[in-house]
Write a protein that binds this ligand. Structure first.
Ligand SMILES: Cc1ncc(COP(=O)(O)O)c(C=O)c1O
Length: 321
């Protein structure tokens, strides 16, 4: 199983890209074994912790997660013989919560509304559990520099090779920032002209922080896209790798994810929709020729009870075009 992580396909969007001279490619990260891009960072961090002795036989891996890192941790724990305890906010889809249990992990659900400094916040809950649990190890995805390093060493080189060095623009949304930081650093080292656009949901603090340098807690709002945007600045995020940012809404992300499934057969999560939405907005500003690359971070099956369900879309005030 561990040998099946990475080396994901890169496919060209044909029907929804109307811009001549501009190619848009999506990297199918949902084809990783636990269904997301997070298999890459979790495998790298656990390999490293085993080598350094930080993670010992019989150890307990603890992590805060919006579900995908948790699935990767739970899968790794099952394969390698560790216990896994994972905290997640209650906005995370039931499918994602249940997947962790299927791998044998213990799941602790916390209120999404808990403030970043509250003990009930899912990150603080994970830290407390790790402190109270003997022989525990935290992946610490938000602040662990090995998170972007995993992408620098695997996803970045794969994109460079798969485009034969033709990539001119990289687009991603971010939470820990591992994806955007590690991939951009690698691509810019190969070609300093590569331009990186970071997409951010309305309700996250990253966009204003990038534009003004201010951490404005008034920006924090609820949104339904799972896994990107933040209410705090993650240390794994390096904004010096980002050239510009764009904000998106839940509707932008969900409509594009649904369209990608219908038109291109690419059945991804909401952040894949957001990334392609942002790639098309970027394409509209370019004269071309250009080669834009983005990622589809996780699998659409994880959201069957949410934005792939018409009743859920309508009940939550979204249109189902
Ligand atoms: C669905 C989804 N997309 C995108 C991301 C963002 O990736 P990163 O944490 O590397 O910024 C995450 C992270 O949790 C995610 O779960």
């Amino acid at each position: 199983m561990l040998n099946t992580v990475g080396n994901t396909p890169l496919v060209k969007l044909i029907k929804i890209n109307q811009f001549p001279n501009i190619d848009i490619f999506v990297k199918l990260e949902f084809l990783n074994p636990s269904g997301s891009i997070k298999d890459r960072i979790v495998q790298y961090i656990i390999d490293d912790a085993e080598k350094s002795g930080e993670l010992k036989p019989g150890g307990v891996i603890v992590e805060n997660t919006s579900g995908n890192t948790g699935a990767a941790v739970a899968m790794n724990a099952a394969i390698r013989g560790y216990k896994a305890i994972l905290t997640m906010p209650d906005k995370v889809s039931k499918e994602k919560q249940d997947a962790l249990k299927a791998y044998g992990a213990k799941v602790v659900v916390t209120p999404t509304s808990a403030a970043p400094d509250s003990p009930e916040h899912y990150v603080n809950t994970a830290r407390r559990i790790a402190a109270e649990t003997p022989n525990s190890f935290m992946i610490n995805q938000y602040d662990n520099k090995k998170n972007p390093l995993a992408h620098y060493l695997s996803t970045g080189p794969e994109i460079w090779e798969q485009t034969k060095g033709a990539v001119t623009h990289f687009v991603a949304s971010g939470s820990t920032g591992g994806t955007v930081t590690g991939i951009s650093k690698y691509l810019k080292e190969q070609n300093p002209e590569v331009f990186t656009l970071l997409a951010d949901p309305v309700g996250s603090i990253y966009y204003k922080y990038f534009k003004t340098g201010e951490i404005d807690n008034d920006e924090i709002g609820t949104y339904q896209v799972e896994g990107v945007g933040e209410d705090h600045i993650a240390k794994a995020m390096d904004f010096s790798q980002v050239d510009d940012m764009i904000q998106f809404t839940d509707q932008d992300a969900f409509s594009m994810a649904r369209l990608l499934a219908r038109e291109e057969g690419v059945f991804g999560g909401g952040t894949g929709g957001a990334n392609v939405w942002a790639a098309l907005k970027l394409a509209a500003t370019l004269k071309g020729p250009a080669t834009i690359v983005t990622v589809i971070p996780d699998n659409g099956v994880k959201y069957m009870s949410k934005f792939y369900n018409d009743d859920w879309m309508i009940a939550n005030g979204h249109s189902i075009d």
